[in-house]
Design a protein around this ligand. Sequence first.
Ligand SMILES: [Zn+2]
Length: 303
Amino acid sequence: MLLFLFLDGVGLGANDAAANPFVTAEIPTLMGLLGGQRPLAGTPAGDYGRAVFVPTDACLGVGGPPQSATGQAAILTGRNVPLEIGGHWGPKPNAAVAEILRAGTIFSRLAERGARAALLNAYPQRYFDAIGSGRRSYSAVPLAVTAAGLPLFTGSDLRAGRALSADFTGAGWPEPGPDGALTPQAAGRRLGALAGQYDFSFFEYWLTDYMGHRGDLDEARQLLARFDAVLAGLLATWDDTAGLIVITSDHGNLEALDHRHHTLNRVPTLVIGARRHAFAVGLSDLTHLASRVEREALGSAGP
Ligand SMILES: [Zn+2]
């Protein structure tokens, strides 16, 4: 069983309190996974007791800053998508990226083999309306999910506790209900409980990239503190022998608020759980994740 906690736009940046919110944010849970260190460019790779930390290349040998569509597609397919299409591309997939995603992802390959796979994000009705009318197109993750024949969760799923809102707690959910937001810790516990119902579950946290483009250091620090509390709730109830949590990102952004663009920085991959070593062996760039995720998820799915 594997929970993939995907953070959009989070890299490993400089030890610069004026530019990098990770230098001063209240992130005790994250630091606890790193032996008391902050996730920065100089933080050494290694096993810190509960988690393996692997600074991970998101540039994939292609010039220019990495972008969301190609980076997420590389994560979801295991292919060097920016190299295949001739450059980094985003935020939304173009025709070439969409074709690659439709040809097979973690979601479709696991679903075809009978594994239980789900994207745990809930989407509000206005999202489905915008997709249906053509005003909006899928980003890489929901495109991969729908192409695999899997459902996107709705407001009813959120209210029934089968999914989580994009901000984890529901505080920013744009429709009436759910009945009050969860605390970040409760949202983390729910994330863990939902993950336990699947062989492979994925949560997409895109507010980190959004915040990187906004460029407000104080807001970014607050966002990281809320995320850390979600992580605390998740880890407090997570059984390390039952499965892995993999946290990673598609490209840097949030860690360099002296500008509002993506960065060339490596991204933090954290692998939590008893089988973390087997997962992390040989892992160095974003194309290395998909095969490991599938292997781990199928391991718990039986023959
Ligand atoms: Zn971005």
